[in-house]
Design a protein around this ligand. Structure first.
Ligand code: SF4
Length: 364
């Protein structure tokens, strides 16, 4: 297996170049390229061509390698299928928005949580990602935005058009089953890329010890809870994690976090339909009664509900509901004084729902 230079410490990298019979300053040159997310050695223009070729025979630059890149038709979303050194695959998505450039990062290869609407869990959990494997996803997006141009150093950390400004840990995997590596990665992103805590979101299906660990960590990031149902009976049908952690306890832990950090709690709620035996689509978790129950759970707290119209996954047994039904659900939340928005579907034409690209590649 080739050495991944990004994973080496500065002194290890120096030793590596010395062992190759090269002068020590080459280590510093290579490190600068690695810190920018250089996907290979051929882009390292200040190294002689024969050295770049030699390096490529014995080493890789980053711990993730792009094996597929898809661009949405509006050019606002880029989805990467990435390969890790042990050939596991993960996904990462770059979203160019009006408020900045956001990267959706995977925290595990696969997922053990078994949510019934999700493609990421269909192949089970392979393993946790390392801190570097998560950070390298952000650098991959940064390279996509900036290429080999030098990064501006902006002391106030403001986003410009060519920088990653936001991170959401909402890709494949349950971040709070890999909490310490996720925390290490976010510390790195904050320190090295100057991404402020308030522009970082971690999304969980409700692992209470993990929420408590984030609370103890003490950084004012945003927390998102994938709720997707307003009562335990319905939630257990689609999210096995609910057998272990019930809605009320999960929300209590989440409110503790958001109150302690003075942050608005995000609730993620996918609106699902299901075909009955006559082929008619019925509302699964999106009736007016469900909207009222959801309101009762969160009324009086500082919460934003993100309503997410279902993004079709062929292997999953759900159906999209009508725009009218989505708006009816939202209207009830608004009437009850709940902050809510409908999440714009991004990159539907490139399968941006979590895990779809990885699954399709594995099925080939
Ligand atoms: S929704 Fe999240 S937690 Fe649930 S199976 Fe998919 S990746 Fe895992």
């Amino acid at each position: 297996m080739k050495t991944v230079l990004f994973n080496l410490t500065d002194s290890e990298l120096e030793q590596f170049v010395v062992d190759m019979g090269l002068p020590r300053f080459r280590a510093k040159q290579i490190r600068e390229w690695l810190n920018r997310g250089a996907p290979n050695f051929s882009v390292m223009k200040n190294l002689p061509i024969d050295l770049r070729e030699k390096l490529a025979t014995v080493a890789d630059t980053m711990p993730v390698k792009i094996i597929k890149k898809l661009e949405s038709s509006d050019n606002q979303t880029t989805k990467f299928l990435l390969e890790l050194n042990d050939c596991e695959q993960i996904e990462c998505v770059l979203m160019r928005t009006t408020y900045g450039n956001s990267v959706c990062v995977s925290s595990q290869a696969g997922c053990a949580m078994g949510c019934k609407f999700c493609a990421s869990t269909l192949l089970g959990l392979k393993r946790n990602l390392t801190t570097n494997e998560m950070f390298a996803q952000v650098l991959t997006a940064q390279w996509e935005l900036r290429g080999d141009k030098l990064k501006d150093i902006r002391p106030n950390g403001d986003a410009n058009n060519n920088d990653v400004s936001h991170i959401v840990v909402m890709g494949t995997g349950e971040p709070l089953q890999n909490t310490q590596n996720v925390i290490g990665f976010l510390e790195q992103a904050n320190k090295e890329l100057n991404i402020s805590w308030r522009r970082i979101t971690v999304s969980t299906c409700g692992i209470i010890p993990g929420i408590d660990a984030l609370n103890a960590w003490g950084r004012p990031i945003n927390l998102a809870i994938s709720l997707h149902a307003p009562d335990d009976e319905l939630r257990t049908q689609i999210m096995p994690v609910n057998n272990r952690f019930k809605i009320k306890e999960v929300l209590d832990a989440a409110f503790r976090f958001s109150d302690n950090h003075n942050r608005q709690l995000m609730i993620e709620y996918i609106l699902l339909g299901k075909k009955n035996s006559d082929g008619v689509i019925e509302l699964f978790n999106a009736t007016p009664e469900h909207a009222e129950k959801l309101s009762d759970l969160i009324r009086g707290h500082n919460v934003m509900v993100n309503l997410i119209p279902w993004n079709t996954v062929d292997e999953r047994d759900f159906a999209s509901i009508s725009g009218n039904a989505v708006h009816r659900f939202q209207d009830i939340l608004i009437k009850n004084g709940i902050h809510t928005r409908i999440r714009r579907e991004r990159g539907a034409d490139i399968g941006s729902a979590c895990g779809q690209l990885r699954l399709k590649n594995a099925q080939k």
